[in-house]
Design a protein around this ligand. Structure first.
Ligand code: TEU
Ligand code: CA
Length: 548
């Protein structure tokens, strides 16, 4: 069953380079800034870094619209800076995984420029073009970033497909030449020594041939028309096996696929050890609790996370390996989703850390999560930078008016995750000497790395202690997961057990105190988010015990 390997033992940290650390005062994070913070990450106990895209890009979607896979975005620095960063990461015994965005390229990529310049060029078949049907787009698909998924190219009297922004053109994976270009590019980066990749929306690469209309009911239910024709396409497994064989396997590279919409059974087909496809996936089902809407106020009920994790562990835990995450650059902050009341912020942030770092799977932390980052109270659309939010706002204003449209996008905007990393209480939280590309959260005087590094009981040191405990006790990594008292609402209690080694985690998922569970055997409390033990479990209390 489960083989032991580095990426099952590692704690990953996602850096969104644009917002992490600016080194040259232009208000945009960069590679030299990342290099200056590697000791901080090493000190936190991070084993592997996932970098959001740093390739040349016009930044219509902040780097997820790649113009040249073989060069570094000028705002972030040079290829020499990259080489220095990779060396400095490896020198510290950490690994680097890059973001691989190959479902689409920028419309400024030379391939796409050639494709629309001359429709008889071989590059025309690198993308998905279709002739118009009576002046209408070829089908009813709608983009994740509002509007139709089709751009019209007047000169060529044809339409080009883009699932995301108008400047992110979908590649035609049916074309073997496209696949070969991608294999070559991946090997080029692996030859430089990167340790693996996070594969952006990799489950979208295979589309139903003919690109037929999406079903009306599904479009209304899911919110995006046509999604059933590409979210788990007909040749997905074929392409993933080929990618592994032709590119990743020769370098023993790690892969985690970002697979929105993929559930447990499908993720088993994508990551089962014998499937020889991906090592892990980011499925979002555990975040999309009942009542979840991409944009609107809603409270995340941690009982849903408990039920999801218990079910997954019971049915899939010994066949695949789970990625454990709450946040990334596309989602609002988890503390704000669960309970925005500032009274609970620190205790709740530590509860979330306890769960994420003692469940069975690989934890992925997102920058700022380790100091208890919360959503920013943006006050106007002019402060918003994210293309998804801006497009949706413009789509909503005619029917909802500006105020209601802003309230709606504010609840789900990806910019909550993209405010500058808060290093200290200096100007712009120590992120930049210049004017930041996006305004910092105004809580940085109180909530920053510098302050928490020096507070023994800070959220940051709670994360550091948990990461250290994981490293010192393999049982917290490979040990069996055994739920305790599972039926009790708001209690999330479980064992991590391997032979005689046993840890016991007990969490209160709510704000009402509750009775503790009487355990047989003797346990020693080794970490808690409360400074003194009590005979009841208090609001959001999280305790880690070791059996003696
Ligand atoms: O995200 C795809 C994705 O799942 C989200 O964009 C989501 O589909 C969307 O916000 C609506 O729910 C990846 C990247 O993480 C994201 O930053 C990019 O914008 C997107 O792909 C396109 O590359
Ligand atoms: Ca900079």
């Amino acid at each position: 069953d489960i083989t032991k390997t580095w990426w099952k033992e590692a704690v990953f940290y996602q850096i969104y380079p644009r917002s992490f650390q600016d080194s040259n005062g232009d208000g945009v994070g960069d590679i030299q800034g990342i290099i200056s913070r590697l000791d901080y990450l090493k000190g936190l106990g991070i084993d592997a870094i996932w970098l959001s895209p740093i390739y040349d890009s016009p930044n219509d979607d902040n780097g997820y619209d790649i113009r040249d896979y073989y060069s570094i975005m000028k705002e972030f620095g040079t290829m020499e800076d990259f080489d220095q960063m990779l060396y400095e990461i490896h020198r510290r015994g950490m690994k680097l995984i890059m973001d691989l965005v190959v479902n689409h390229t920028s419309d400024e990529h030379p391939w796409f420029r050639a494709a629309i310049k001359d429709t008889s060029s071989k590059y025309h078949d690198y993308y998905l073009f279709q002739k118009s049907k009576n002046e209408q787009p070829p089908n009813n698909w709608t983009s994740f970033f509002s509007g139709s998924t089709w751009n019209y190219y007047e000169k060529n009297e044809e339409w080009g497909l883009h699932l995301f922004s108008k400047k992110q053109m979908d590649l035609n994976w049916e074309n073997e030449e496209v696949r070969k270009e991608i294999h070559t590019m991946i090997r080029w980066w692996l030859e430089k020594g990167v340790d693996g990749f996070r594969l952006d929306v990799i489950n979208y690469i295979s589309k139903k041939s003919g690109l037929p209309d999406g079903d009306e009911q599904i479009g209304k239910l899911i919110g995006y028309y046509g999604i059933e024709h590409y979210f788990y396409g007909p040749k997905l497994h074929q392409y993933l096996k080929e990618l592994r064989r032709e590119a990743f396997e020769p370098y023993d590279a790690f892969t985690v696929g970002e697979t929105p919409g993929i559930g447990m059974q499908m993720s088993k087909l994508l990551t089962g050890e014998k499937r020889k496809e991906l090592d892990m996936v980011f499925s979002f089902d555990h975040l999309e609790a009942p009542g979840h809407v991409r944009f609107d106020e809603y409270r995340y009920d941690l009982n849903y996370l408990k039920d999801y994790m218990c079910y997954w562990m019971e049915h899939y835990g010994n066949q695949c390996w789970m990625s454990l995450f709450y946040e990334n650059h596309d989602n609002p902050r988890m503390v704000s989703k669960v309970n925005p009341d500032p009274v609970y912020r620190e205790t709740l942030a530590k509860l979330l850390a306890m769960i994420q770092l003692t469940l069975k799977g690989t934890p992925f932390l997102f920058e700022g999560q380790e100091i208890g980052a919360v959503n920013k109270k943006f006050t106007s659309i002019n402060e918003i930078r994210d293309v998804e939010s801006i497009n949706l706002y413009q789509e909503l204003v005619p029917s909802k008016g500006e105020e209601e449209a802003f309230r709606i996008i504010l609840s789900g905007s990806r910019d909550h995750a993209r405010t500058p990393m808060q290093w200290n209480d200096k100007k712009n939280a120590g992120f930049t000497e210049g004017t930041p590309w996006i305004s910092p959260n105004d809580d940085y005087l109180e909530w920053n790395v510098e302050k928490q590094l020096h507070q023994e009981n800070s959220i940051l040191n709670f994360y550091r202690n948990l990461i250290r405990l994981r490293k010192e006790n393999n049982t917290l990594i490979y040990g069996e997961f055994i739920p305790i008292n599972r039926k009790k609402k708001n209690l999330f209690a479980y064992l991590r057990k391997e032979g005689p080694e046993e840890f016991y985690v007990e969490c209160n998922l709510g704000i009402d105190s509750m009775k503790k569970t009487r355990m047989k055997g003797d346990y020693r409390l080794i970490l808690s988010n409360y400074s003194e033990p009590a005979d009841e479990l208090r609001p959001y209390e999280a305790n880690l015990y070791q059996r003696i």
